[in-house]
Design a protein around this ligand. Structure first.
Ligand code: AMP
Ligand code: GLY
Length: 470
């Protein structure tokens, strides 16, 4: 069979890699894909009239490609094309697709709606309130603040619309940025303000055909840009960001006083399986979170459901509280989970679109995967010093050593292009995945492979897979 994977990043390449391990699959097209999409057997970048698909938002081109190429199945990676109705369009053309239809993306596309829904059906969540008026939100923050508060833009904000705040001032500023300055446009017309939870965060995923729902692996996601002791890294970043000079001692002091934050990112690495998720915890998450969502959601949902969970200790028990729901797989969690998938990806996908997921056994290897992201860090170039990911960064930097690294680890590209050699095209550049019987073994493979790779400004965290606080 012929499969189309829609994604531009490392998650898409991990999905395509999973399909490439299926004997039923003859060809896999990735749209738009990137310079690393053809690293795996049978995988090709989709081309329409000799041209690549321009972006994940190019719905018309994607549908035209799928028809012209007569693909048997499409699998959609990111939320954006889903919320633009790509699955609806593909199905109209008779092409089965793994991923929810537009109306079902509300679970991710409106955090306010999702919170109200979860509360109504009794899924554990942090205490919260929704606002469409900034002054009322500020009043609530002043009244409720107790050891931290979180402010979130209601709509899709490319993972940037969440402010985890340590002080009332920070939270009030977040309200202004989202609702008054409209940093995320319409996505900030409404906000959720919620209690800050402390616990163990889990990127949990489940696959569903709308009736049956099965666990689809889980990961620990490392979201902070820098290791907590990486004062040098923070210094380079903040000098690049503010264009002011700081000594190492000044940065250290500001950081320890909480006046300077270790920025949140889309993810700097991941480990799968999540070390804290025992079979019992997995079952609890399925029963308390995933199953009630699928049972009570009044719209058809098929594809990957990815609730972000905080395991919170209450009266000696671990309670899974939902921070948000995503309607697609995690990135870079997918890069850490999917190499462990033993079941046939094509069989799972066909069962999902045909509504017979109950017939499929979902098997994962007991091995661990450690996925480490190499990102575009601080770099001085023609436009002066740039701070690097997650802020402004240089691209088009030449990358060396990918082939060498591939001998030791799996390489999923997040943002690279192939010209004469490989060059960087984004903030996250490569996700290097080591696999082994222990986290330690997986870690050492990933880090050894990373040492083979080099590009100007390359940076990665050293503590992925270690038991460090995030
Ligand atoms: P979200 O996009 O809602 O998953 O939020 C992004 C990140 O912010 C999460 O992965 C958490 O690390 C953090 N976060 C969100 N909500 C909370 C909360 N209520 N308490 C603590 N951390 C949170
Ligand atoms: N790593 C966070 C996400 O995929 O949403």
């Amino acid at each position: 069979m012929k499969v189309l994977v829609v994604d531009a990043g490392g998650r898409g390449n991990a999905i395509a890699h999973a399909f490439s391990r299926s004997e039923q699959v003859k060809e896999i097209y990735v749209a738009p894909g990137n310079g690393g999409s053809e690293f795996f057997e049978k995988c090709k970048i989709a081309e329409l009239d000799g041209k690549k698909i321009p972006s994940i938002r190019a719905i018309d081109e994607i549908v035209r490609f799928a028809k012209k190429c007569e693909v048997d199945l499409a699998y959609i990676g990111p939320e954006e094309p889903l919320s633009l109705g790509l699955v609806d369009r593909l199905e109209e053309e008779g092409i089965p697709a793994v991923g929810p239809k537009k109306e079902a993306t509300i679970l991710e596309a409106s955090k306010c709606w999702a919170k109200d829904f979860l509360k109504r059906i009794g899924v554990p969540i942090p205490e919260y309130a929704n606002f469409d008026n900034p002054e009322e939100a500020k009043e609530y923050i002043r009244e409720k603040f107790n050891n931290g508060i979180v402010v979130k833009a209601d709509g899709l904000a490319a993972g940037k619309g969440v402010y985890v705040c340590d002080s009332v001032e920070e939270a009030l500023r977040a309200v202004d940025e989202i609702m008054v300055q409209k940093k995320f446009g319409e996505a900030g017309n409404r906000i959720v303000v919620e209690e800050r939870l402390r616990g163990i965060e889990v990127a949990f995923t489940a696959m569903t055909d709308g009736k049956t729902v099965k666990p689809f692996g889980h990961a620990r996601d490392y979201k902070r840009a820098f290791d907590s002791d990486d004062i040098e890294g923070l210094r380079d970043f903040y000098i690049g960001l503010t264009k002011k000079f700081y000594t190492k001692a000044q940065i250290e002091q500001l950081y320890r006083e909480g006046k300077l934050i270790n920025p949140n990112t889309g993810g700097m690495g991941a480990v799968s399986p999540h070390p804290a998720v025992t079979e019992e915890v997995e079952q609890r998450i399925m029963e308390m979170v995933v199953e009630p969502i699928i049972e009570n959601f009044d719209k058809e949902f098929k594809g990957v459901l990815y609730p972000v969970i905080m395991l919170v200790e209450e009266n000696g028990e671990l309670i899974p509280k939902v921070l948000e729901i995503n309607v697609r797989d995690c990135d870079p969690g997918a890069e850490a989970k999917l190499p462990r998938l033993k079941s046939d990806m094509a069989e799972i996908s066909m069962a999902v679109v045909e509504g017979r997921l109950d017939e499929v056994e979902m098997r994962f290897s007991s091995d661990y995967c450690v996925a480490v992201c190499a990102v575009s860090g601080a770099l001085k170039g023609r436009e002066g010093l740039k701070p690097g990911y997650p802020a402004d960064h240089y691209t088009s930097q030449p990358i060396t050593g990918i082939e060498e690294a591939m001998k030791e680890a799996i390489i999923y590209a997040n943002g690279i292009a192939k010209t004469n050699g490989y060059v960087t095209t984004g903030g996250r550049v490569l996700t290097v995945v080591g696999m082994g019987q222990s986290i330690e073994e997986a870690r050492s493979k990933a880090y050894s492979a990373l040492e083979k790779i080099s590009f100007p400004g390359m940076r990665y965290r050293r503590t992925i897979g270690l038991d460090v606080p995030e």
